[in-house]
Design a protein around this ligand. Structure first.
Ligand code: HEC
Ligand code: HEC
Length: 331
């Protein structure tokens, strides 16, 4: 692994700035795909504010007003735009205590998802049901158990019952995914650090630019709106110059034996066929984690076997290119 991938950013904590190295966490997974909070805050879903802020918050185009604590409630997630999605079933809107956190909290009420989880909008219901069974049966794990959200998803998969899974699957399958990620090729990226399991731009004295290296850096277009879990404020993914074209070659031709043409199973438009999921216009961080998890055998459900040959020879650099290309397409 190249050194630039191992070092990044500075983390604002309290009064001072702590410069931290990923080496301190012994991370072997690609750090740009598996964003790890600084060790002190691991296990927390989001960084807690220093003092409770009880003022009403608003987002553009919504008449809803919510306090910060209300936007952080895993059993009653913020729904800023009640009219932009069908009526949510109980599992999506509230979940069930203690373990079934509301699907709509992490995946957002419209299923658009975030880099630290996954988009669910428009996935085939049968595919969602199969993934939940894989989580329940211990066949879908994560290569990075220090990353909080995937580890929480495993617990939710174990706890959710068949009726909850069916209702949530039908709900998310019925929603059409919207464009959500803009890919921009670049040599230099803003310096970032991880906060809330997501890359955010570093402000203050450490603010600046750094070479992108071989990484895809996905971050909120508008951090404030994303932190309020605004389901209409999307993401920008910075990718190395030339990566989209390299990814396109691998995806559409198989790269002379490196992998297999994805369209054979994922459809000519890569938006899925039958119960095979879409891979088009989805989070590059999420897609990279899946390619890596499948390659490492941590995702190993009955249908995952069909993916084994496609991922066997991929390097992490190939994953950078493939995910940049896939994310640049419409969902
Ligand atoms: C605490 C946050 C959280 C909640 C709440 C949550 N999920 Fe997830 N979910 C995740 C994360 C994180 C992932 C992606 C894991 C990874 O990166 O491998 C995920 C992945 C998934 C996937 C796999 C998507 C794919 O494309 O294969 C499905 C299906 C899913 N969740 C369904 C649900 C359902 C149904 C609920 C509600 C019962 C739910 N999730 C609640 C965090 C959450
Ligand atoms: C032989 C059929 C086949 C080919 C070829 C194939 N896939 Fe897949 N892919 C699948 C199936 C089936 C799944 C669902 C796996 C599961 O349930 O675990 C899947 C899942 C995935 C996922 C996980 C999606 C999610 O929502 O979590 C990604 C990412 C993916 N494929 C990418 C690719 C890419 C990139 C290529 C081409 C380089 C490719 N696949 C080629 C059959 C295939």
């Amino acid at each position: 692994m190249k050194l630039p991938q191992l070092r990044y950013g500075a983390v604002a904590a309290g009064a001072g700035i702590i410069t931290m190295s990923i080496l301190a966490q012994n991370q072997t997974t690609p750090p740009w795909a598996y964003a790890l909070n600084p060790p002190a805050t691991q296990g927390a879903p989001a960084p807690a504010p220093a003092a409770p802020d009880t003022s009403l918050k608003h987002v553009p185009g919504s008449s809803v007003g919510l306090t910060l604590p209300q936007t952080r409630d895993l059993f009653n997630p913020p729904d800023w735009y009640p009219d932009d999605h069908p009526a949510m079933p109980e599992a999506v809107m509230h979940g069930r205590r203690p373990d079934v956190r509301a699907c709509g909290y992490c995946h957002l009420p419209n299923g658009q998802g975030r880099p630290e989880n996954a988009s669910l909008a428009g996935l085939p219901a049968g595919y969602i049901v199969q993934q939940m069974a894989d989580y329940k049966n211990g066949l879908r794990k994560t290569s990075e158990s220090k990353m909080g959200p995937p580890t929480t998803m495993l617990a939710i998969g174990k706890a959710a019952n068949d009726a909850e899974v069916k209702a949530a699957a039908e709900y998310f399958a019925s929603i059409k995914p919207k464009p959500w990620i803009k890919v921009m090729e670049t040599k230099m990226v803003p310096k970032t650090h991880v906060s809330g399991w997501m890359f955010v731009e570093t402000e203050g004295p450490e603010k600046g630019m750094e070479p992108i290296g071989s990484r895809v850096i996905e971050m909120p277009v508008d951090l404030e709106r994303t932190e309020l879990r605004d389901s209409k404020s999307g993401f920008i993914a910075y990718a190395p110059i030339g990566s989209i074209k390299k990814g396109e070659a691998l995806v559409t031709t198989g790269g002379a034996g490196k992998t297999i043409k994805c369209s054979i199973c994922h459809g000519a438009d890569l938006k899925g066929i039958g119960n095979v999921p879409s891979i088009s216009g989805r989070s590059p961080s999420y897609i990279a984690r899946q390619l890596y998890d499948i390659q490492q055998g941590n995702r190993n459900g009955p249908w995952t076997q069909l993916m084994k040959e496609a991922v066997a020879k991929l390097t992490v650099d190939d994953m950078v290119s493939i995910t940049a290309y896939l994310a640049s397409r419409t969902p």
